[in-house]
Design a protein. Sequence first.
Length: 153
Amino acid sequence: MERLVVALVIVVVVGVVAVVARRRRVADAPTQRRFEAPTQLDRGDFDRADAPWLVVVFSSATCDVCRGVVDKARVLASDDVAVVEVEFTAQRSLHERYAIDAVPTTVIADSRGVGVATFVGPVTATDLWAAVAEARDPGSTPGGGACQRPTPT
C-alpha cells in the first residue's frame, strides 16, 4: 500500500510539473512577412513604353528614402532607359495592381517588361547603376549577374 501511495504522489508531481512547463512555454515569434517586387510589368502602364529599358521606382510622398532612390534612378534616364516614379497617392491603382506593399520598390525591366533586377528598400547609386549596366550588357560589371532579384527587406 505504501508503494501505491508513493507511485501516486510521483504521478501527481510529474503531472503538475508538466502543466507548469506547458504554461511557461513561450510561443514562437510570428514569421516575418517578406516583401517581394513584381517580376513582370505591363510596359503599357508606364510612360515611354517603347524604350528598351525601364526603371520603375514605386514610392510614397511621405518616404524620405524614396526621394533618394528616385533621385539616383533619374540619373539613369536616357534614350534607351526610361525612368518612371510611381508615387502611391498619385497612382495608387498601379501600387495595387503590382501588389506593392513596401516602398521604395525599384524594378528594372527589359523591353518585354520582364524584371531583370529588383530592389526593395534603399539602394545605393552604385548598385542601382551597376544593375542597369549589367542588364543592358551582361558581364559588363565586376561580379556580373549579381543583380538582385525580388528581394525582401
